[in-house]
Design a protein around this ligand. Structure first.
Ligand code: GDP
Ligand code: MG
Length: 197
């Protein structure tokens, strides 16, 4: 069985009639242009050619079967939205509060985005201090080998320092994207199971 409300304010998150026992919010964080929306679209099964029809969409729900058990993830891509600049601070505070798991994305072709990822990790730790939330650091755009600015080893080392998981992905090639979301499900379950014992 599942306990979806082990995080701060999730007491209502299994009441939406989806029929799933396990419902977890996964928040995508990271600089503009690193590939958050591309990863969210792949998660949701939205083809690139149709992506323009979904620009208003910011949350995606999907039930995944991982290791023979079903889990529903709600992926939130609301971190940055140019159209709502005046709301951004509120939205970002909200994102920091509601996630059951976090995906911090940077682009391997953009060192500034890698530095932002560290700042986001620190911010998250400060806001959600007491909680042991799953966090995955994602180096996206691994297909752009010639423009690489951040080595795989740097990403991995950063994840060790920040005590989180690490994976490099390519949204363009769909490489490691399903592995990323499966990894999140496994991280969530590990924490859930250790709480039950
Ligand atoms: P967001 O601002 O973080 O939501 O980033 P987007 O998903 O909008 O992606 C920004 C740009 O990077 C778009 O032009 C994408 O097509 C491109 N992009 C995203 N992921 C990849 C990737 O893995 N490889 C390459 N080559 N381009 C990517
Ligand atoms: Mg986006």
């Amino acid at each position: 069985h599942c306990r979806a409300n082990w995080s701060s304010d999730d007491s209502d998150n299994d009441s939406d009639g989806s029929g799933a026992d396990c419902l977890y919010r996964v928040v995508l964080l990271g600089d503009h242009g690193v590939g958050k929306s591309s990863l969210a679209n792949i998660f949701a099964g939205i083809q690139e050619k149709d992506a323009h029809d979904h620009t208003g969409e910011e949350t995606y729900e999907k039930t995944m079967t991982v290791d023979g058990e079903e889990t529903t993830l709600i992926v939130m891509d609301s971190w940055e939205n140019e159209k709502q600049e005046e709301d951004e601070e509120w939205v970002q505070d909200y994102c920091m509060q509601v996630g059951n798991a976090y995906v911090i994305v940077y682009s391997i072709t953009d060192r500034t985005s890698f530095e932002s990822a560290s700042e986001l990790r620190i911010q998250l730790r400060r806001i959600r201090q007491a909680e042991n939330i799953p966090i995955i650091l994602v180096g996206n755009k691994s297909d752009l080998v010639r423009s690489r600015e951040v080595a795989v080893e740097e990403g991995r080392a950063c994840a060790v320092v920040f005590d989180c998981k690490f994976i490099e992905t390519s949204a363009s090639l769909h490489h490691n994207v399903h592995e990323l979301f499966e990894g999140i499900v496994r991280q969530i379950r590990l924490r859930r199971d250790s709480k039950e014992t």
